[in-house]
Each structure stands twice: as structure tokens, then as C-alpha cells.
Design a protein around this ligand. Structure first.
Ligand SMILES: [Fe+2]
Length: 333
């Protein structure tokens, strides 16, 4: 693009001699109109000093519309400062007038090569981001599949926990939402709820399904499901320590009378305090080997009674809020 016809034609022939097709424009406005009707071109050589729209204005406009275009500025001897400004704006190079054949060829090659590199780079980057996302999705999916497998293995062994993990997970998420959890933190709660009892895979079946009360030794054996669960999951969940904490600490109590560590109040991660409440509720309201289910009304009363001693009172309230719409509970609340 040049308002000087002679220079423009000469340059056009030089570019054609380099094996490229050309279109010519005598002004910025004409060039922009041409690009709009004919479509984007890979490379543009533009004069700086022109009437109407000067080269700098044209450069800004053309790069705004076609950010991938390689633009080489044509400069007079006195326009080096402007040429540098053009480079800052995004021109790939500049040539001084009068143009010489060898220089045109060399600059064209260089500019097109630069443009290709930029495009390639962007392509790889976009592709790479897509592939990383896909890998991430797949590894998350295989983690979820592994988790499901463990949960099913436990449920096959212990009929009474069938569906328990899924319900605890659901209740825990609803309660956590009430407490302001979002995103990854909510995902940790979901996973922790699913997995909280996974250590029971290592609990003896005759004890798991014992119809009567447990002896102190048997109770010690059952208690170990918390720390065992953490150990089983640690290799898979190194990046989600909160999930491991939920599994380890879901039987801790506010007053320190829980297990395995006898933690108190704030020492117990809130996520574990949430699972403790909804776990107790679900355990109370479902059939167990050693006792029939209690009614939801009863269970609500029990949670309320133990709020502040066994259970975190704030979490109990959040659980009630989350369940407020459930028909079975509305009368109890
Ligand atoms: Fe448990």
C-alpha cells in the first residue's frame, strides 16, 4: 500500500518475483476496503507517509481487525523514529526507501517466517491446553471410577452401608453449600462423603454385621476404619489432603470424646465435622444389624441434643437448613 503509484507498482513486481500474488491499494481506506471484500492476506507492506490515513493509523486499524497479519512499514530516511513506533505497535519489520530487490526478498522471508512461528506457537499452545485439559479430565474420571469401585467393594461386604456413602455425600454437599462452600472445596466434601467409611474394607465381617453390642476389643477394631481408610487412600489423594482428613476424622467429637485422635472443636477440620453430622443422621435413620431405624424426627432431636458436645452446633443448624425442604423433616424442624 502506497499512494505513490510508481513505487507501489515496482514493489508489487518485486513481491511477485518472490513467488507471491499481490493486490495493491493507494490509501489506507482503500486497503481496508479491499481486505474486507477479498479477505485477509498474510502480509502487507505499507507506506508510512500518506495523505488521508497515515501509515501509523492504518497499522493500528489493520492489526485490530487482523491481528495475525505480518505488516512491513516502508519508511523515508527521515522517518526512523516513526518506524520504531510502528514496531512497538506490532509491525514485524520496516524497509527504507528506495527499496532494493535483495532487501525486499530477505525481509519478506523473515516477516513470513516470523508470522508462521507466531501462528504455530499459538496452535501448539491451544492444542496443548486442550490436551492437558483432556488428560486432567481423564485422570479425574479414573480416580472417580476407582473410588466407585472401592465403595462398591465395601457395600458388597457390608449390606447395611449400601447407599449410605452416597447419601452421606449428598447430605454433606447440601450442608456445605449452606456454609458457603463452592468449587473444589465442595468437590472435596463430595468425595470425602463417598469415602468416609472406606476403611471398613479392613473390618472383620462378623463384627460389621454383629447383631448385638460390640465388646471393647471389637469396638477398637471398628474404630481402626478411620486411620486405615486414610492409609488406603493416601496414595491416590495426595493432592486432596482435606479428603484424607475427612476420612480420618469423621468420628471425632467437639468435646474430644471421639476417635481416632480425640481432637476437639476447631482442631477437627470443618469438613470432617460436616460429615460427622450427616453420617450420624443417616446411620440413625437407616436399618442396622444391631438395631431398627429411628424416625427422622427422633434423629433430628438426637442431633439437636448432642449439638455442642458431639456435633458442631453451627454444622447441625446448616444441615437442618439444608434439609428444611425435605417432607420427612419439615414437621421435626
Ligand atoms: Fe465411619
Amino acid at each position: 500500500m502506497d499512494d505513490d503509484t510508481q513505487t507501489r507498482h515496482a514493489l508489487s513486481r518485486l513481491v511477485q518475483g518472490h513467488g507471491l500474488a499481490t493486490v495493491e491499494a493507494a490509501s489506507g481506506a482503500e486497503a481496508l476496503a479491499l481486505l474486507e471484500s477479498e479477505g485477509e492476506v498474510p502480509l502487507c507492506i505499507s507506506d508510512i507517509n500518506m495523505p488521508e490515513m497515515d501509515g501509523v493509523t492504518f497499522l493500528r486499524e489493520v492489526l485490530r481487525l487482523y491481528p495475525d497479519m505480518a505488516v512491513i512499514m516502508l519508511t523515508g530516511v527521515a522517518e526512523v523514529t516513526t518506524a520504531v513506533e510502528c514496531l512497538k505497535i506490532g509491525a514485524l519489520d520496516y524497509m527504507s526507501k528506495p527499496v532494493v530487490m535483495e532487501e525486499v526478498h530477505a525481509r519478506l522471508d523473515k516477516a513470513l517466517e516470523k508470522r508462521n512461528l507466531v501462528l504455530q506457537n499459538r496452535f501448539y499452545q491451544q492444542n496443548l491446553e486442550g490436551r492437558v485439559r483432556e488428560l486432567d479430565r481423564r485422570s479425574k474420571q479414573s480416580l472417580i471410577n476407582g473410588v466407585q469401585m472401592l465403595v462398591h467393594a465395601l457395600e458388597a461386604k457390608d449390606a447395611y452401608t449400601s447407599g449410605h456413602s452416597a447419601r452421606v455425600s449428598r447430605y454433606a454437599v447440601k450442608t456445605a453449600v449452606q456454609l458457603g462452600y463452592t468449587g473444589d472445596r465442595l468437590e472435596h466434601i463430595r468425595l470425602g462423603g463417598e469415602l468416609h467409611d472406606i476403611g471398613k474394607i479392613g473390618t472383620r465381617e462378623d463384627i460389621l454385621n454383629k447383631p448385638g453390642p460390640l465388646t471393647p476389643e471389637e469396638f477398637e477394631h471398628v474404630k481402626a476404619h478411620t486411620s486405615l481408610g486414610e492409609r488406603i487412600l493416601a496414595p491416590f489423594l495426595a493432592e486432596s489432603p482435606v479428603v484424607l482428613k475427612i476420612v480420618r476424622s469423621h468420628h471425632e467429637r467437639i468435646d474430644g470424646s471421639g476417635f481416632p485422635d480425640g481432637l476437639t472443636a476447631q482442631q477437627i477440620p470443618q469438613e470432617a465435622r460436616i460429615v460427622a453430622v450427616v453420617d450420624a443422621f443417616d446411620a440413625m435413620t437407616t436399618d442396622r444389624a444391631y438395631r431398627p431405624p429411628r424416625t427422622p424426627v427422633d434423629a433430628v432431636g438426637e442431633l439437636r441434643r448432642c449439638a455442642g458436645t458431639h456435633f458442631d452446633a453451627e454444622v447441625v443448624e446448616a444441615f437442618f437448613r439444608a434439609q428444611a425442604h425435605a417432607a420427612t423433616l419439615s414437621t421435626a424442624l
